[in-house]
Design a protein around this ligand. Structure first.
Ligand code: ZN
Length: 124
């Protein structure tokens, strides 16, 4: 892969990482304020028991969003490391080159289409 191409993927990944870190911060603040609200409700007499349930749901939802963001962030970090190592753009499973169209769509992928599909099937 050309150096300029690698650089453009790197800057793409860096801005993606920045966005994910920002999302994580936002979500963790949201989760914290949600849990404080829940705590306050538990401490006092809940006037609206139905709402307590929906707040717990909200918090769980935030947590699952955070998990997704965290996983994406790990993949982005991993891809950045592979750029440093010079292995970016090759499939981690079969060693084949990953098509650029795929890298442009998912810059943090580390598997070619074939292996990603096999991986998904294996996990299901
Ligand atoms: Zn592969």
């Amino acid at each position: 892969m050309k150096k300029e191409e690698l650089e453009s993927f790197r800057s793409e990944l860096l801005s993606l990482r920045q966005r994910l870190v920002g999302n994580m911060r936002y979500l963790s603040e949201a989760a914290q304020s949600q849990s404080e609200e829940n705590g306050n409700m538990r401490g006092g007499a809940p006037l609206h028991p139905a709402e307590t349930g929906s707040d717990n749901f909200e918090q769980e939802f935030t947590m699952s969003l955070m998990e997704n963001e965290n996983r994406a962030l790990e993949m982005v970090e991993h891809a950045l490391k592979r750029i440093e190592e010079g292995t970016y753009g090759t499939c981690e499973s079969c060693g084949e080159r990953i098509p650029k169209a795929r890298l442009k769509a998912i810059p943090f992928t580390s598997l070619c289409v074939k292996c990603a599909e096999a991986h998904e099937k294996g996990e299901a």
